[in-house]
Design a protein around this ligand. Structure first.
Ligand code: UT7
Length: 333
């Protein structure tokens, strides 16, 4: 009997309506469109406006669309894994809130925290439930409401990030399609370069932590940039070499959308030309857990059964990862 693989049998995304342009950001901090575009490739990003609206609102919209597209009854879902660093609440897990909203009465749910590599860590984890045969339908979500943890007076961080959510359905495949291989890596010494200092158990919220702005993203941009360029490119190359893939074998590179310059460096090492790189950073910015499923969603109509995709990410932790996927279906009308 052929080995069971976990195939992505549907993909969907959701971004909020509000568009925050570079020009609007320039009215809030000392920056300009030319600097942001040339240093990052970002022209605009989406923001979830309104009080009392958590990341689950976007994830639920992405998942409802996914169920609709794939004709899936929510009661058939066995499990939901939500990669996010901006959960609605410290607990319970956002995945449980999503399950309740969509009516996934028989699904287990948990959140996974691996920052910008979160969707890849979740995809690899979800695939194991399918590959072992223990579960039939798993939904993997990457979603973040980055606007909830940004200081809009800090020009070094607020220009990069945006809000958004993407979701994939995983099901068993017997033709060798789906998740073929995954390499996941972490290095906790990255904490010093990219973190949110307070709000966890080490420094619970207090008057001081709020006054010192310690609930916002802190990033040493140029240090993170150097790690990201090297690690994301190398892990993508590593999975290609491990699976005897050359640049010409790759239909699409699906990189985490943190900075166009990091993406270009990764593509160069992989010898993948520009027209094979999924890129939507210009319109969404860095949505952390959301970037890779949002790319797959945007490019879904161009994907064909059997296409070789290399997914690659780098983020806080540090975490970094690559996944080799054989796409499982042709465009649906
Ligand atoms: O996805 C999670 C992982 N995160 C990443 O992968 C992000 C990696 N880092 C980056 O993408 C880049 O480092 C940034 C986009 C964050 C910054 O770009 P950079 O080319 O590394 O700029 P820099 O931090 O070296 O700053 C260069 C200059 C500085 O001015 P001086 O000291 O040369 O006078 C900054 O103060 O640019 C200045 N600057 C800005 N100027 C206008 C920093 N932010 C801005 C801004 N607008 N928004």
């Amino acid at each position: 009997m052929s080995k069971v693989t976990a195939a992505i049998t549907g993909i969907n995304g959701y971004v909020p309506e509000y568009i925050l342009t570079n020009d609007e950001l320039a009215t809030m901090v000392d920056t300009n469109d030319e600097w942001i575009v040339s240093r990052t490739g970002i022209k605009e990003r989406r923001i979830l406006k309104g009080t009392g609206k958590g990341v689950s609102i976007m994830a639920v919209k992405a998942v409802r669309g996914l169920l609709n597209k794939t004709n899936t009854n929510p009661e058939e879902i066995d499990g939901i894994i939500c990669a996010t660093i901006t959960p609605d609440l410290t607990f319970p897990a956002t995945a449980n809130l999503i399950a309740k909203e969509i009516g996934a009465k028989h699904a287990f749910g948990f959140d996974l925290s691996a920052a910008c590599s979160g969707f890849l860590f979740a995809l690899s984890t979800g695939a194991k439930f399918i590959e072992t045969g223990s579960h039939k339908k798993i939904i993997v979500i990457g979603a973040d409401k980055m606007s909830s943890i940004l200081d809009y007076q800090d020009r070094t961080t607020c220009i990069i990030f945006g809000d958004g959510a993407g979701a994939a359905l995983l099901e068993a495949n017997h033709e060798g399609l789906g998740i073929r291989d995954a390499i996941l890596k972490s290095d906790g010494s990255g904490e010093q370069y990219l973190n949110i200092k307070a709000g966890g158990s080490r420094y619970p919220p207090s008057f001081e932590t709020i006054q010192n702005k310690e609930h916002y993203v802190y990033q040493e941009g140029s240090s993170v940039f150097k790690f990201a360029v090297t690690k994301m490119a190398h892990v993508a190359k590593e999975i290609m070499d491990k699976n005897d893939l050359k640049g010409s074998d790759i239909a699409w590179l699906v990189p985490h959308q943190a900075n166009k310059r990091i993406i270009d460096a990764t593509a160069k090492l992989m010898q993948v030309p520009d027209n094979k790189i999924m890129m939507n950073i210009s319109k969404y910015g860095n949505t952390t857990g959301g970037t890779i499923p949002l790319c797959l969603w945007d490019y879904e109509s161009q994907l064909n059964k059997g296409d070789n995709l290399i997914l690659a990410a780098f983020g806080g932790g540090f975490t970094w990862a690559s996944i080799y996927v054989k796409w499982a279906y042709n465009p649906k009308n």
